[in-house]
Design a protein around this ligand. Structure first.
Ligand SMILES: *[C@@H]1O[C@H](CO)[C@@H](O)[C@H](O)[C@H]1NC(C)=O
Ligand SMILES: *[C@@H]1O[C@H](CO)[C@@H](O)[C@H](O)[C@H]1NC(C)=O
Ligand SMILES: *[C@@H]1O[C@H](CO)[C@@H](O)[C@H](O)[C@H]1NC(C)=O
Ligand SMILES: *[C@@H]1O[C@H](CO)[C@@H](O)[C@H](O)[C@H]1NC(C)=O
Ligand SMILES: *[C@@H]1O[C@H](CO)[C@@H](O)[C@H](O)[C@H]1NC(C)=O
Ligand SMILES: *[C@@H]1O[C@H](CO)[C@@H](O)[C@H](O)[C@H]1NC(C)=O
Ligand SMILES: *[C@@H]1O[C@H](CO)[C@@H](O)[C@H](O)[C@H]1NC(C)=O
Ligand SMILES: *[C@@H]1O[C@H](CO)[C@@H](O)[C@H](O)[C@H]1NC(C)=O
Ligand SMILES: *[C@@H]1O[C@H](CO)[C@@H](O)[C@H](O)[C@H]1NC(C)=O
Ligand SMILES: *[C@@H]1O[C@H](CO)[C@@H](O)[C@H](O)[C@H]1NC(C)=O
Length: 832
């Protein structure tokens, strides 16, 4: 029978077959497998799951739901549950396919892993082999590496692997380096924007000239950041990128290659990734399951605005705003679509064209271009011309005006002019220079009126002037009166100040007392001659209302051992806090300055006890428990009688645009950081206890814990103290300037408290309330085991201490043995 006839005849059967086929096709089972071999292909919703752990998944993904759909083959985390996939590698980053069901990933006849689109056209290939090899297998490993192997078993030769062809992520186990033979540099390239994995403008690579350092480049041409060379242990500018208790980090140089590789320590279960971010920064993030978030561990360059050309031409970067980039006045986003997707590199375009060039008409004719004054600007670093002959601001302005390509000038005794695009402008809080930006007259307010009107204005002006003078005098008088009224500090209430008043009080912020992670502090004198400390906050991204709520919470917290908040100011983007002034300054200046007089033992004990009371109050007695997050000698202030007062509490929350910002701030004070800051466990008040413990060591020894001692390599005081105490020598680690003049029972308590506080396991550390009780002698504790981190801290104080196993620790419930004689259940915090 003719086959076609037969088809017709057996129609019902064929239809059944067809239905069966369709249903098979429609419900293709998802791969449980971790590999693709010659007979298989992957499309639609099918995925590969790495084995045996299922850490990573490979399949089609689409970064956006926008039409037309674009699909990519990618690898993402399998165990990280987040609303969005965290994609760590993309195959066809430059060549998306439009449909995921008809495109397929398969092993081609030539043995390569290929992506074919709907029409069977080759979209992407591993390009690793040209020999026909029908036994190659592509396998996804638990390290996130997709490996193309020759042969069907795991010992086959590796032909190609994704980890050697990174996109924007550098995963543990991978290497990033230069092949000196082929000249191929394995660079990480950022995505183009948050929805487009195509190579963007920023990239990270090892120095192609052979130095052992990393560079971040803009447009693969301009180097704007260097890691500093590898000294065998760290990069001089990135101490975070080193071998420690989490990572192994290694530099390897062979005749063929220079590269770095890193891997996680065998027992570490942390999920961590390193990437070249859209923001032009390299970032290391770790996954914190409890928060369901990636937490920023560190980033470089540290300041977002140090990224070259981040905001594009005529954009301006501001560390204190979000987003960081905005357009200069008179300009608007050149491509608003990409700004929305965190790609600012397109910059801004002029809204109103300049009049210049005027094609023959006189420059002095009608509306000229004019200049907008911009203060506190980090001046653009692209080409500028300095005119030494010009000696006045007016002359500088007219020189710029005369040349049509001059877009801005500045005059600080010397005339500088910029031509063409302005780039890398940065808005600073203070300092910097004044830039005059050329704009069309209509972009500026009170545009000059025509000549006819000028006469009228001149006549009127004289009359108005007299009135204005009278008004100004009246205003001045009123303002002075109001200022006195506004600045009267009513006891117990938080005073909202005006910025102008605070400027006046601090004599235009002239006397700087210090600067910390949150901003600079200035001394001020109120009209009634009480002295105050005015803190100008930086990096605050909170709105007015939220700021006021937080501040009023802080304002209600009052304790003798906490610095008192008197008032605040919130005007526009300015946020200031007004505190009591502490005449003796901070603990570090009292303790560690060579010239400062020796603080006797009794005072030191009072400082330790007072600080503990202040913290106990913050942690346990306030309505909302406050974790300080930044306990260190710089944040303990002393009043005239050396009474300690904890400063800056509540600020971590106030500044916390997000957790990572706080963490970045913390990085500076590594010695005081509890291990959980790094391990990503949620931070509790016990993190403060740890920092307090570290600080106690410094108070007792009168020196910084990590001050290097000549001829003792990698000195770390607590480690050394532990060994001395182990030998029963309690006085050895005491500040030698005290000549052993200390009360032994107090000293013993202090040592024990300090060691309990710095236990690795937070549950082993006492609460601040318990610390107070121990110091007061109400509760007696024995000497704890020396924390494991301390034993190891010694050999690498630079590195970050971190543990995942705390099995050998003593349970916290066993720790405190109450002293039966003077056992007390009363609260030990003295409150006012
Ligand atoms: C494949 O495409 C369809 C239709 O566009 C979509 O519903 C589905 O979620 C896609 N699958 C994947 C894995 O993206
Ligand atoms: C593979 O080779 C082709 C032709 O040489 C090239 O166009 C393509 O970019 C290469 N693909 C990859 C992923 O290297
Ligand atoms: C594929 O494998 C089969 C059996 O292993 C072999 O006979 C055949 O020659 C191979 N084909 C190619 C193109 O290598
Ligand atoms: C793996 O494959 C290679 C050749 O591809 C073969 O020599 C070897 O015996 C195989 N090993 C196992 C365990 O099958
Ligand atoms: C980046 O460099 C390429 C050539 O090297 C150039 O064509 C392109 O315009 C540059 N991109 C930008 C944004 O300047
Ligand atoms: C780096 O690569 C070398 C050679 O492959 C290997 O021996 C070493 O263990 C790797 N180091 C790390 C930290 O992964
Ligand atoms: C890792 O953990 C196992 C089992 O918990 C232990 O036996 C082994 O010593 C640990 N390895 C390291 C390097 O700590
Ligand atoms: C950018 O985002 C804002 C709000 O998210 C939206 O209103 C605006 O239309 C977006 N612009 C573009 C060009 O997508
Ligand atoms: C100036 O004149 C030239 C040719 O006469 C013309 O192409 C150009 O657009 C003019 N420029 C302006 C700003 O009018
Ligand atoms: C404007 O200044 C630039 C840079 O000095 C110069 O090259 C150009 O010729 C000047 N144009 C005019 C019209 O003077």
């Amino acid at each position: 029978m003719d086959p076609s006839k037969r088809l017709w005849l057996s129609f019902p059967v064929s239809l059944l077959n067809l239905i069966f086929l369709v249903s098979l096709f429609g419900a293709r089972p998802t791969f449980a497998a971790s590999s693709i071999s010659a007979e298989q292909s992957l499309s639609g919703d099918q995925t590969l799951t790495s084995s045996p752990g299922g850490n990573f998944v490979l399949g089609f993904f689409s970064p956006t739901r926008a039409e037309p759909r674009k699909f990519y083959i990618g690898i993402w985390y399998g165990k990280v549950s987040q609303s969005q996939k965290t994609v760590v590698w993309v195959a066809n980053r430059e060549a998306p396919v439009s449909d995921n069901t008809t495109s397929e990933l398969r092993i081609a006849g030539d043995g390569n892993l290929v992506l074919l689109d709907r029409s069977g056209t080759l979209v992407w290939s591993t390009n690793a082999t040209s020999v026909a090899a029908n036994s190659t297998v592509a396998e996804l490993l638990d390290s996130g590496n997709l490996v193309l192997r020759d042969g069907s078993n795991s010992s086959g030769r590796v032909l190609w692997q994704s980890i050697d062809n990174p996109t924007d992520h550098w995963l543990p186990g991978g290497k990033l380096g230069l092949n000196k033979v082929t000249g191929k540099n394995q660079r990480l390239t950022s995505w183009r924007n948050s929805e487009d994995p195509a190579p963007g403008i920023f990239s990270l690579e090892i120095d192609p000239n052979g130095a052992s350092e990393y560079l971040i480049l803009w447009n693969q041409s301009r180097v704007f950041w260097r890691s500093g060379t590898w000294n065998g242990q760290i990069f001089s500018l990135v101490p975070e990128m080193t071998s420690n208790y989490v990572y192994d980090f290694q530099y390897i140089t062979t005749p063929e290659e220079n590269y770095f590789n890193y891997s996680m320590k065998p027992n570490v279960t942390l999920i961590s990734r390193f990437m070249m971010d859209l923001s032009g920064q390299i970032k290391q993030r770790t996954w914190v399951d409890n928060t369901g978030n990636w937490i920023l561990f560190w980033s470089q360059p540290r300041a977002q605005c140090d990224v070259y050309m981040l905001c594009g031409p005529f954009g301006i970067c501001n560390e204190r705003s979000l987003p960081f980039c905005s357009c200069l006045r008179g300009f608007s986003e050149a491509s608003p679509g990409s700004w929305n997707l965190s790609d600012f590199t397109g910059g801004c375009a002029r809204r109103t064209p300049l009049l210049c060039p005027r094609n023959g008409t006189s420059v002095n004719g009608g509306d000229q271009d004019r200049f907008l004054r911009m203060d506190n600007i980090k001046l653009p670093d692209n080409y500028r011309l300095s005119l030494s002959a010009v000696t006045s601001a007016g002359e500088c302005e007219s020189s710029c005006l005369r040349n049509c390509s001059c877009t801005a000038y500045s005059y600080d005794g010397r005339c500088s002019m910029w031509f063409g695009e302005l780039t890398n402008l940065q808005q600073l809080g203070d300092g910097g220079g004044t830039l005059y930006l050329r704009l069309a007259a209509s972009e500026l307010p009170n545009s000059k009126s025509s000549k006819g009107k000028i006469i009228g204005v001149a006549v009127g002006a004289a009359a108005v002037m007299l009135g204005a003078i009278a008004l100004a005098l009246a205003l001045l008088w009123r303002r002075r009166r109001r200022r006195f009224k506004a600045l009267r500090v009513v006891d117990g209430t938080l005073v909202p100040f005006r910025y102008g008043d605070l400027r006046w009080v601090t004599k235009n912020f002239s006397e700087k007392l210090g600067g910390g992670g949150f901003g600079s502090v200035f001394k001020g004198t109120m009209p009634d001659s009480t002295q105050v400390a005015v803190k100008k906050l930086e990096g605050i991204f909170q709105g007015e209302k939220q700021f006021r709520t937080e501040v009023s919470t802080i304002g209600t917290i009052q304790h003798v051992n906490l610095v008192r908040l008197r008032g605040f100011c919130s005007e526009g983007t300015r946020r200031l806090l007004v505190y009591d002034y502490m005449p003796k300054g901070s603990l570090d200046t009292v303790m560690f300055r060579d010239c400062s007089p020796v603080v006797d033992w009794g005072t030191r004990y009072q400082i330790i006890l007072g600080t503990a009371r202040g913290l106990a109050y913050l942690h346990e007695k306030c309505r909302d428990c406050i974790i300080h997050c930044d306990i260190k000698p710089e944040n303990i202030l002393l009043d005239a009688s050396f009474l300690p007062k904890v400063a800056d509490f509540g600020l971590a929350k106030l500044v916390g645009r997000d957790f990572s910002r706080v963490l970045t701030t913390m990085r500076g004070t590594r010695g005081y950081l509890a291990p959980e800051w790094i391990s990503g466990v949620p931070i509790t008040a016990k993190a403060d206890v740890y920092s307090f413990g570290m600080m106690v060591f410094e108070i007792v020894s009168g020196r910084r814990n990590s001050d290097p001692v000549a001829e003792v390599k990698n000195w770390f005081f607590p480690t050394w103290a532990a060994s001395r105490l182990g030998e029963g020598d309690m006085l050895g680690p005491l500040d030698p300037r005290l000549h052993g003049d200390a009360r032994m029972e107090e000293l013993e308590r202090v040592w024990r408290v300090a060691f309990w506080c710095i236990q690795d396991e937070e549950s082993c550390r006492p609460t601040m309330g318990q610390v107070v009780q121990i110091l007061e002698g109400v509760v007696v504790v024995n000497m704890p085991p020396v924390p494991r981190s301390l034993q190891l801290f010694g050999d690498k104080p630079e590195s970050i201490v971190f543990f995942t196993d705390g099995g050998s620790q003593v349970a916290s419930s066993n720790m405190i043995s109450s002293n039966s004689q003077n056992k007390s259940t009363t609260s030990t915090s003295s409150m006012d």
